[in-house]
Write a protein that binds this ligand. Structure first.
Ligand SMILES: Cc1ncc(COP(=O)(O)O)c(C=O)c1O
Length: 372
């Protein structure tokens, strides 16, 4: 048997230690839910909604089944539908645009800023016409979008803003949490997210009582009272078992975000002086570092090197949504959104999670540095 040491493999994400640490508390809460028989829209969902609204600093938080529904229900609650257009970013997970299409509206893709990877306000401005009803910025990878500039454009043109904060729970713009500056803020609790459950879950924030009431109706089949329906809704509810877990994890969310930022700081130091571009930090806010995404001119060679070294990574995103075949009827061509097109050929996301060890970050840096 060889006693040569194997280089350290690094996973893209590791959740086992966290699960072990909170297993006993969660199991006890599941036991209580089982005893009470309240599995849907019960006390844990109600308490989580109150606790998360207090954390985020918003008037109302309405939980739903996942982040995609959060966006779709928000657009429905704002009355956006067929004939309407919504300006968004093509550099995001498909769900953002899918939700716009599913309410019958048309996504209009604007270009992004090459540093923050979020919507470029000047490109948004160029896309406005009389059918545009809303702007849907995405706080991509945990970096807050430029809400000041987007907010000014929205108020100038009487548009609503729906924030997609699926990847950015706990990120801040100015002194405020993302997801609290538009009409609605949408979050995903998919397991890989900054606040993730062990299944699917989502949340909508709003400052409006009327929108809150409408969302509560929409998530439960459009029922205004038991068995009475005056519009089509959804079966989109967070279950008690996930809500119990989210309550536990919310209590340590600041620690988790601080740990993510520590990993990002270590990467920033370990990857300094290379040809690659490290993630930018918001000038006036906080990056939640759901992902640590670099740009590298030899991205594909970098992927191959990481694969060879057994280091998890992800190509977020290989193709802008404007060029996906599902949207071919919209008529976008390569070059229409040049920053997005260029970044899709250069970006690569490295492992980042709260209990990532220093030696693991060092190992990733070592492999990345080999390509310069
Ligand atoms: C930017 C963005 N928007 C929306 C979603 C959809 O969230 P969910 O998977 O919970 O439906 C995701 C999830 O991956 C996302 O990353």
């Amino acid at each position: 048997m060889s006693n040569q040491q194997q280089p350290l493999p690094v996973p893209y994400l590791r959740l086992q230690n966290e699960f072990d640490a909170l297993r006993a508390e969660w199991m006890e809460m599941i036991g209580e839910a089982g005893q009470s028989g309240a599995f849907i829209l019960g006390p844990n969902v109600r308490m989580f909604e109150q606790e998360v609204a207090a954390y985020l600093g918003c008037a109302h938080a309405v939980s739903v089944a996942n982040g995609t529904d959060a966006i779709e229900l928000s657009l429905r609650a704002l009355g956006i539908g067929p004939g309407d257009k919504v300006i968004t970013t093509p550099f995001t997970f498909f769900a953002t645009a899918e939700a716009i299409s599913k309410v019958g509206a048309t996504p209009v893709f604007a270009d992004i800023d090459p540093d923050s990877f979020t919507l470029d306000p000047s490109s948004v401005r160029n896309k406005i016409d009389t059918d545009v009803k809303a702007i849907l910025p995405v706080h991509i990878f945990g970096h807050p979008a430029d809400m000041d500039a987007l907010g000014s454009i929205a108020s100038e043109h009487g548009l609503s803003i729906v924030e997609d904060g699926a990847q950015a729970f706990g990120a801040m713009h100015g002194g405020k949490q993302v997801g609290t500056q538009g009409y609605c803020g949408c979050f995903s609790f998919y397991p890989t997210k900054v606040l993730g459950c062990y299944g699917d879950g989502g949340l909508i924030t709003t400052g409006s009582d009327a929108i809150r009431d409408h969302l509560i109706k929409l998530r439960n089949h459009g029922a205004q009272s038991p068995f009475m329906h005056d519009e089509l809704g959804y079966n989109s509810r967070l279950d008690e078992i996930q809500a119990a877990l989210l309550r536990i994890k919310l209590r340590k969310i600041e620690q988790d975000i601080a740990a993510r930022i520590r990993v990002a700081d270590q990467y920033d130091q370990g990857l300094a002086d290379l040809r690659l571009v490290r993630p930018s930090r918001p000038a006036n806010g906080r990056h939640a570092f759901n992902l640590y995404t670099i740009r590298h001119p030899r991205r594909d060679a970098m992927r191959a090197a990481l694969k060879e070294a057994n280091i998890g990574h992800s190509q977020c995103y290989p193709l802008g949504l404007h060029l996906q075949s599902v949207y071919s009827q919209l008529g976008y061509r390569p070059g229409d959104l040049p920053v997005t097109d260029r970044l899709c050929g250069e970006t690569l996301s490295l492992p980042i999670f709260p209990d990532m060890r220093k030696d693991e970050v060092e190992r990733v840096c070592e492999v990345v540095r080999e390509l310069g």
